[in-house]
Structures are given as structure tokens and as C-alpha cells.
Write a protein of this length. Sequence first.
Length: 678
Amino acid sequence: MPANHRALHWAQAKAYAWLLCQQLGLAELRVSLVYFDIGTETETPFVELCSASELKVFFESLCSRFLAWARQELAHRAARDLGLVSLTFPHGTFRGGQRALAENAYKAVQLGRCLMAQAPTGIGKTLGTLFPVLKAAPSQKLDKVFFLSAKTAGRAVALDALDVLQRSQPSPLLRVVELVARDKVCEHPDLACHGDSCPLAKGFYDRLPAAREAAVGQLQMTREPLRDLARAHRVCPYYFSQELVRWADVVVGDYNYYFDSGGALFYGLTVVNDWRVAVLVDEAHNLVDRARGMYSAELTQSDLQAAIRVAPSELKPALRRVLRTWRALVKAQDAPYKAYAKPPENLVSCLRDAASAISDFATDSAVGADDPLLRFYFDALHFGRLAESFGAHSLFDVSVEARNTEVEGTHEPSSMLCLRNVVPAPFLKPRFAAARATVLFSATLAPQRFYADSLGLPDDTAWLDVEGTFNAEQLAVRIVDGISTRYRRRGDSLAPIAGLMAAQYAERPGNYLAFFSSFEYLQQALSEFTARHPNVPVWEQTRQMGEAERLAFLARFTPDSAGIAFAVLGGAFAEGIDLPGTRLIGAFIATLGMPQFNPVNEEMKRAIDATFGTGYEYTYLYPGIRKVVQAAGRVIRTPSDRGSLFLIDDRFARPEVMELLPRWWDVQGRSPAHVAVG
């Protein structure tokens, strides 16, 4: 039991003790704090003899501190709401489409509704949602606004927008907190995250009040200011930022803080404190895949084996029972991949027993944060929790590697167990219900039914498709339907694609992005192009690029440069990057972006078909075209931009694909294969 938890328990017990002394006129009282171990059904008591005068002083000191905090917070809330009532839009006038977005976001909060807003790039979606939601906060008595994004870039834009809002007002009063992943702010990554190892964890709660008092005096509590403040008060910056959520008006963080099953700090605090909150979901098209990941769990045989190797003797029997049950399952499997109706009960039971044994052991013994035993323990807990809620929304499957690996002294195929979420809706519905309003916005949220079904949005969710400021004359869209980019035809596609790209570059030199379905296809196309057109400058996205490499890739796009960059559709350069003007004048997309046809995706298709009857569309078509539209959106970023877009594959000409493309595009006919070769 951590010392800070025990201190809270003692405080609760002593508060009750003083109330009892006061009620019964007692001079002293024996106060007992008892912990009950539900596994062994044993009690551990801690007893103190306390005088009534001691208890009175303790109780009144708590009340005094609480009253000081409550008065401070009430004064801040009143001043904040007064400022928000008179909040004005910082830019004077709205951009085209931005007003419609703002009006609908405001109504969503007023009516307590969920809003899906598809709004094109360039209208200012972030400010167009933050401003109206904050404007509605006083009348709807909102406690917090949570701005959630899948990527660092989205959070940076939100913080910039909040800074603009604050600076445009006579008296800025919003407390804004940014939450950053632990590995990005940890001061001692080589130490375990507890008081016996890390100096910033030891005595954290003793130093927290002074640090918190200093923090709430600042308004923009973003990553670096918070880190500086944490250093000054010698507290952990990661947990310090989480503590400040309770005192913030707007919190900017990742999706997982509200939607994840295990780490949903925002959601947990909202439910416990009965907060009225508005949730803004940036680039909401990403939430489907992210939520699937949150509610999926994997266990690998190699991780189990690593845990067995380091486990003490008293834990090995429980872990080996898991391994024996696992082996029996794999041995009976007649294919490298197989999906089952549900996870085997005996396997789940063995995992539960092993996790319980590890928990008992870890209570009395130090286990390092990077210990394989601890890693397996958390994975097993997550797996067990999801197994308890297993249903039609998920799959249980077993994958067996073709190659043999040494597992506990024998040569046998290694394998992986996966509880794979397909439809996150059942898990996300309570999250949407807990918020006063949720606004999900993105440039690609069509078709509406796909996202509503997948995410479990309320039946009365409003839908808004915002007209953009761009027009068809800005983007020349051409379908090249004489080329097939299907896997079996890729070899035939390389020369025509190289010819098409070279012809366009010769006609209008400048910066282009060429997107392909995989790194393998990218390399084949790049080799073909450089062999045929060695004088055209090229650069490429590579696997596992670091931040410096990604920045160097983007730095090649300058207003005066020219060349063709080769990238993977759905990767780091297919969305979330801004290359306005002549930094980018065109794109070639040589794929429909659809996920691979493989056993896993086919099982997902079957499960979705059983639920919605739209297996192919929800599994393959809609996710693929979404990637295409996101990548195409890199070309036109401002009302003055002009560019070209080539959609390379015969399937782009199909009606069901055409109707998923943005309405403002004017597809300029089709280019047969001989034209594409140039």
C-alpha cells in the first residue's frame, strides 16, 4: 500500500473519529485502520489511540485547507465564466465554413448532443470548435473542456489556438494544461517509477501543494513551463501534470486519456467527480483504429517464456500451467492462423491464476519496471479484462509463426494469442454518455454511418458537412484507369506510372508527392523511375524514420525547390503535414489504400458483416478511400493554392468509389494507359 494512499485512509478514519467524539462527548478514541486481503481473506490492522483534542485539530486543519481551496476555486470559476460570457472571436470575422462549424458546436453543447462535423482543410476547425464550446461553458456550467488528438501536431495546433484566444481577451483566465506521454518528460528514465528508486517520486505528495499553488497561478501550463515548474519543486513532471487536471479548465491530450480502458484519466475523473464536460475529438477519423487498439490485447509465447526464465521458483508452476494450456491449443490448431468462437475458458483461468500469483509476489518483493515478469503480468491482466467482456464486437485468434524458435528448451513454432477488437462501439458508448457534449471533427468523416456504427455514437448525433473555401478550379483531378495497382499487376504498373510522373513533372516542374501502398511497392516504383528519369530529383520515406529524418524529408519541400518525394499511403506524410503554396503542387496516388486481403482482415470482415451487413465496405473500402482523401488533402491548403492530383488505378472509376470522393472535386475524365505512359 503506497504511503500516500495510506495517508488518505488515515485522514478519512480520523475525520470519522472526530465526528464520533463530538457526537458522543468522548475524550479519546482508539482508531483502527484495517486492510483486508480478498485473496487470503486476512486482515491487517493498524491502531492508534487518539485524544479528542488531537482529532479536532486534525479535522479543523483539513477543513481550513479545504475552505481555502474551495474559495480560491469558486473565485476562479466566477471570474472565468464572466470572461467567457464576453469572449470574442479573435480574428474578427470567420472563414468560409468556419461560422457554420462554430454555430453547430455551440448548439451541441447547449442541447447536450453529440456532433459529427466533416469540415475541409483550411477553414480553422480547431479554433472553430474551441471558441464556441468555451463560449457555451458558462450557461451550461461546464467544468472542463477536453481537447483530444491522435498526434502531437494536433495538440500543438490546439495549444496555439488557445493561446490566441487568451491573448485576444482583456483578462485571460483559462487554465490550460497539456498532458504529454511519460517517456517524453521523464527526468529519470533509468529509474523505476516509485519512491524507493526515483527522487522525484519520494516525497511527491509532500511537495505537491506548493508546486500546485505555483502552477494554478499560471494560465498556459504546457509541456516546458510545467517541466520547469516541476524541476523547481522537485516533483515528477508527468504525474504533476495529471494532478493539475483537477484544477484546469481546458486539458489537451491524447485520445487514450478519455477513451482507453486502462488509462482513461479524464473519463475516470469525470465519472467520479460528476463533472460536466465537453469533449472535442480532433481528426476523429483516427479514433476507429485507435479505439480498436485500446480494446485489443496480445500475448506472445516469447514474452511468457521470458517471464518464466526470470520468475522465482514459487511462480514458475503457475506460469508453466499457462504454457501447457497454450501449447495444447496450438497443437490442436490445423492452420498458421485461426479464429475461435471465444477464448478458451481453461486458458483464461490459468492466466488469471498466474496474474494473481505475480501480484501477491510483487506486493512483498521489488520488481523492476522493465522486468519481463511485470510486463507479462500487465499484459495478462489486460487480456483477462477483455476476455470477461468478450462478445460479437471482438475476435479471439491464434497466429503461429512458420519458423521454429526455441521455446523452453524445445524447437517449436512460436505463437501469439490475440483478443482483437473489431467494433469499439460497446466500449465507447459510456464515454459519449458521460460527456455533456462531444464534437468529433475531421476533413474525412464520410460515410457518416460507418463512423456512427463503429464508434457507438448516440442515435441523436447531429451531422454537419461543411462547405469549404476551395473550388474545383484549384485542383485538377484525373483518374488514370488504364493502370491496375493490384498486387499481381504491380510489375506491369511500374513503367506507366514512371511515365505519367515524368510527363507531369516536365509539363509543370515543382514539388510532388507520390504515394504507394507499401514500402516494397515504393522501392520498386522508385527504382523504375530513377532508371528511366535520372535527372529528376527524388527523395523517399524509409522505414522507422526518426523525428530528425522526418523533418529532413519535409525540409526538401521549399517554395523554390522541385522534385518528387516517394511516400507510403497512410504513413507520416499522408496526413497532418502542411505544405502550402509551391511547397507542394501535386500528388500521385498509386493505390486505393485498402487493407490487405489476409486471414485477419477477412475475419474482421465476417464479424462486421454479421453485425452490420457491410463487411467489405467497413473493412476495406471506406478505410482505404479515407487514406486517399487525406493524402490528396496535402495539395490544396489555402485559397490561393493550385495543384494536380492523379488517382492511379482502374477501380477509382467505379461509381461506389467516385461517390466517396470530396464533392468539390471535379474529376477531369479518365486517362487511359497509353496516355499514362506518356
